[in-house]
Design a protein. Sequence first.
Length: 486
Amino acid sequence: MIKKRPTAALAAGMCAALLAGCASTPADVAKSEPISAAVPAGLPPGLDAQLADPFTSTYRPLPSRPTAIVGATVLTATGLQIDDGVVVMSAGRIIAVGGPETAIPPDATVIDARGKWVTPGLIDAHSHIGVYPSPGVDSRQDGNEMTDPNTAGVWAEHSVWPDDPAFHRARAGGVTALHVLPGSANLFGGRSVTLKNVPSVTVRGMKFPDAPHGLKMACGENPKRVYGRKGRTPSTAMGNVYGYRKAWIDAADYARKWNAYRTKVANGEKADPPKRDLTLDTLAGVLSGEILVQNHCYRADEMATMIDISREFGYRISAFHHAVEAYKIADLLAKEGICVATWGERGGMKMEAADGIGANAALVHRAGGCVVIHSDDTSVIQRLNQEAAIALEAGLRAGIPITRAEAIAWITANPARAIGVDKHTGTLEPGKMADVVIWSRDPFSVYAVAEKVFIDGALAYDRYDSRLQPRSDFELGRPGEGAFHP
C-alpha cells in the first residue's frame, strides 16, 4: 500500500496500571548476547550480524486471573464449533476447551456467556497502524521509505508510534495481535513486525515475543510507477524482476562471505570479516529461513513469477498480500503452502486489480489453500469479522459450502501461520496464549460486537466498563466524543 491519509479518557491511575504490565523499563532492556558459541569474538559492537537482535521484545502480559467462560458457542479455529462450550484460562494460557462437562478450577472467575459466541483473538496480518497513524499528518507518514527500490535494511518497528489511537479502536474490534508492514513503494520495503495489541509507551513493549521478522516485498504497479517517474529502474515489470534477482545475488554472495569468514575463525585461521550491510543482513536472513517474506502482489502471473524467483534462490514466500487474482492459481498456491492475505470482496480499483472477484478467498479455500482476511486499513481492522463475513457470503453465493467453524480461521489461525506465530496463538487449544474474544452474537453477523477481549488471559477491553477502554495519551484531555459507546 502507498498512501498518505489524514482521527471521557481513563483516569491516569488506570492508564498507569495498564501500562505497567507491558511497557519497557530500563530493567527490561535485553542485552545483546551471542546466539551461538561459534560466533567469533573480537569484532567491535554492531559489526556482527549474528549477535542477538538489539531491539528485542520487552512485552510483559497484563495482570490476569483464572477465568472460565461458560455457555457460549465456541469457534476454536481448528474446525470445531462447540455449542454450550467452556473455555478456561489461567496464568495467561488456555488450559481447557470443551463442552459443559469441562472441569472449572475452583478459583476461576466464571463468566456466563449464554447466547454469546467465543473465538480466538483476531489477528490482522496486514496493517499499517502506527506507521501511518491517526491523525494523518505529513510529519507522521512513516510507512514508505521511498528513496531507493531496495530498502530491506529499514525496520517498520522504528516508525511505529505506540500512541496511535487506532490500536485501541482495533482492540475494541477484537484484534489481539497485528502484523505491521512498510508500504509497497519499493521492491523491498523493509522488515515488518508483529505486535501484541496492548497499551505501551514503547514499541518494544508491544513486540510479540519470539515472533519472526517479515520482509515486505512488492511486485506490480507500485515500484515501477514510483521509480519510473524518477527516471530510475525499475520502470517496467521486467525491471522489477531484474531488481529482485540482482538483490538476491548480492545477498547470497554476502552470506557466502560471512560463512567463509566464520569457517576460518572456527578452524583457528586468521580472517578479515566482511563489512556489515543492514540491507543484506535482512535478505540473508530470508535465505537462511529466519525472516518470512510477505509479498504484495495482485496478479496471478506475477505471483507465479515471484514463486519462480524464490525457487531460483532457495527461499520461501510466506504469503501473497492483496492477491486478488489468487483464485486463478489456487492449486499452485496450495501446493506451495503460500497463504493468500486478501480482502473480503474487492477489485477493480486499479488495473492490476481489474480481475478481482468476491469469491477469491472462497475459491482458494476450496483448493485447500491458506486464506487470510486482512485489513490494510484503519477502519477495516475495527471490523475484521465483518470483512471475513463478506468473503464467506461471497463463497456461499458462488455455491462453495464453507462453515463458520472453517471461516473463523481466516482471521485467527491462518494469519498466525502466515506471520509465524501459530505455535503460540490463533486457536483455542490448551497451551496456547489466552487471546480470546467474547462476541455479543455470531461474529459473522453485521450486528456482532466484541464485548470482552482477553490478551494473554488479561481482560484488556470490556465494552461495558469504561475502566477497560484504554485511550492513547494523544487523546487524553482532548475535546470530542470517543469511540466507545455500548
